[in-house]
Design a protein around this ligand. Structure first.
Ligand code: 13P
Ligand code: SF4
Length: 359
């Protein structure tokens, strides 16, 4: 649907209707902590009571109740990444997961509106895979240091420098970069993606450490870029060795965005969901997750018998997403995620190739 706008010179231009115009803005709900709100949210508080003291729940509960009511009214679904805070992850999200599972689930949701609780590239990926749906992000400034490390123009230069070398791009990138890419990958399928390509040399960008980690598992020559995750690059092997000394028997599991020296000290490495599944399946007595700190809290709520040692590195971008901003999104139908039509088809192809890859 479009709307005609009249310019000063008299020319009439068509612009698409905004989500607020299509769905309407509603009145902000009352946020009092009433007995009804207490009853409605009681079962949800059980899931997060380890992290939110009882005296603070009256501040959270009205938001949780209002978001859950409003998302039903709007016919919206909330997708949340494993790094979201416990009150988002356990109390308002409909689907949680790692980047790959969220991208896959985004193609299966039966709702007109997706509210993406994660960083911008995740919302953009959902929009690429659902061009007809309305995708909202509660704060569009939720970026990513990896995504910021490279532009489409950089990839064009790399392709000039290495003609014929296939380009595998981490999903933590903008649509502009994905559009220059043969196929995307995430931390959970990077090896399968690299191995699927009919070439002895592969460009695996922009995460240098992810590329170095995958290079250890394949015979292909891996070329990369100097992008880093500002959360995972802070972990050091010495720090982890000190934890091992202080807690004999502790299991250490790390995300492949960490430096290979860090991964070498880990007992297991995998995507955020891979790490969660490892803890679920192995039930270590004591474990350290070498990743963003909220994830340990999210899984700790489910596995109270496991002792989580937490070096607390937070992702400032993930933490931009809050209950008040999610509520605002649903009230005002902002911030709507759009992708430039000039690049959308090519970027979508790279993501679809990854999503459809048989593993
Ligand atoms: P996952 O794909 O493992 O969920 O990782 C996403 C991310 O941003 C890690 O920092
Ligand atoms: Fe990006 Fe790192 Fe934050 Fe993940 S944790 S969103 S890779 S900055």
């Amino acid at each position: 649907m479009t709307i005609a706008t009249q310019h000063a010179a008299g020319a009439v231009a068509q612009r698409p209707l905004t989500a607020a115009e299509r769905f309407g803005v509603i009145d902000r709900p009352d946020l009092s902590f009433t007995p009804a709100v207490a009853r409605e949210t009681e079962h949800l508080y059980e899931r997060v009571k380890q992290f939110i003291p009882a005296f603070e729940w009256p501040v959270y509960a009205p938001y949780v109740a209002a978001i859950n009511r409003l998302k039903k009214e709007r016919g919206a679904v909330i997708l949340a990444h494993n790094y979201q805070t416990p009150e988002i992850f356990h109390c308002v999200a409909d689907i949680v997961g790692d980047s790959l599972s969220l991208a896959r689930d985004a193609t299966r949701v039966d709702a007109d509106i997706i509210v993406q609780c994660g960083v911008h590239f995740m919302a953009e990926t959902s929009k690429l895979l659902n061009p007809e749906k309305t995708v909202l992000i509660p704060d569009s400034k939720a970026g990513c240091s990896l995504s910021d490390s490279i532009t489409g123009a950089d990839v064009r230069l790399l392709k000039e420098r290495y003609p014929g070398v296939p380009v595998v791009t981490y999903v933590n990138t903008s649509a502009d970069v994905k559009a220059e890419t043969d196929i995307c990958c995430t931390s959970s399928n990077v090896l399968a993606v690299v191995e699927s390509l009919d070439s002895d040399t592969v460009l695996c960008i922009p995460d240098e450490y992810l590329a170095m980690n995958v290079a250890k598992q394949t015979n292909k020559k891996i070329l990369t870029w100097k992008g880093h995750c500002e959360v995972h690059e802070r972990f050091t092997a010495n720090e982890l060795l000190a934890y091992k000394e202080a807690h004999p028997g502790i299991e250490i599991i790390g995300h492949p965005e960490c430096h290979p020296d860090v991964i070498a000290v880990c007992d297991f490495s995998g995507s955020t969901s891979g790490m969660i599944n490892y803890v679920r399946d192995h039930r270590p007595q004591r474990v350290l997750l070498v990743t963003e700190c909220s994830m340990a809290s999210n899984i700790q709520a489910e596995l109270p018998d496991v002792d989580f040692v937490k070096p607390c590195n937070l992702c400032p971008h993930m933490k931009r997403i809050t209950l008040p901003k999610i509520l605002d999104s649903l009230v005002t139908m902002t911030e709507e995620v759009t992708v430039d039509p000039a690049i959308a088809d090519r970027a979508r192809l790279a993501v679809e190739r990854m999503v459809n890859l048989k593993q």
